[in-house]
Design a protein around this ligand. Structure first.
Ligand code: CDP
Length: 220
């Protein structure tokens, strides 16, 4: 019997899943697990081994990903590659451009799912991704699906990067997000029992409060 609690937060690219999941985890004293960081770590690993994505196979990606581990810190799990933190590398443009290709590989998905389930076996967790409430934890205690307008999501990504912006950059980023949505569409479907929250006009704090309140209502 499972004894830990699981809150699953899913949604499309840049819908605010990871930052929201991190804040919810801190409020509840749970650990945050970002499943996307594992897809990104596997992509960083194969990019180091083979810079040409056309040459990648499921086997070569899994081999490269053998150096990836998920470690627990105070408030979250984070991936390491060959014992080194790789946060900056996994957020880079090269990884972002190629991660959906790696995420289409069924055995890579199994590899990620096993690591995320291991993390949830030993701690109360807030997990985020695309299929946490459907495939990985259909038994999750609370399921949230975040949505937001694509242009608003692009604006958030640009703000997050902290670089100067323009209408042209916003158009380009919106297009990249729409393209990634299309590539990830198959696994980005809300669970039938998920609460859908449109965050287009919510602040980060408001969306965190809504989720924490849902959790309190449900467990009280
Ligand atoms: O938040 P953002 O969409 O930028 O990305 P992420 O959560 O870091 O995930 C990066 C990529 O990993 C996504 O574009 C998906 O291709 C893949 N992914 C997935 O397929 N399933 C998950 N549970 C999490 C991420």
């Amino acid at each position: 019997m499972r004894r830990t609690s699981i809150i699953a937060i899913d949604g499309p690219a840049a819908s605010g899943k990871s930052s929201t999941a991190q804040m919810v985890a801190e409020k509840l004293d749970y650990l945050h697990v970002d499943s996307g960081s594992l897809y990104r770590a596997a992509t960083a690993a194969i990019l180091r081994a083979q810079p040409n994505p056309d040459e990648w196979t499921e086997r070569s990606v899994l081999d490269a990903a053998r150096g990836v581990e998920l470690r627990a810190a105070r408030t979250s799990f984070y991936p390491v590659l060959d014992n080194r933190a790789i946060e900056e590398e996994i957020r880079g443009a090269d990884v972002t451009r190629n991660v959906s290709r790696v995420a289409q590989m069924p055995r890579v998905r199994e590899w990620v799912n096993a690591k995320v389930r291991d993390a949830a076996a030993s701690s109360n967790v807030v997990v985020d991704g695309r299929d946490m409430g459907t495939v990985v934890f259909p038994e999750a205690d609370l399921k949230i699906f975040l949505v937001a307008d694509s242009r608003e999501r692009a604006a958030r990504r640009l703000r997050q990067r902290g670089t100067p912006t323009s209408e042209k950059l916003l158009d380009d980023e919106t297009l990249r997000i729409i393209e990634r949505d299309a590539r990830d569409a198959r696994q980005t479907v809300p669970a039938a029992d998920a609460a859908i929250i449109d965050t287009t006009s919510l602040t980060q704090r408001e969306q965190v409060e809504r989720i924490v309140n849902l959790w309190i209502e449900q467990s009280g």
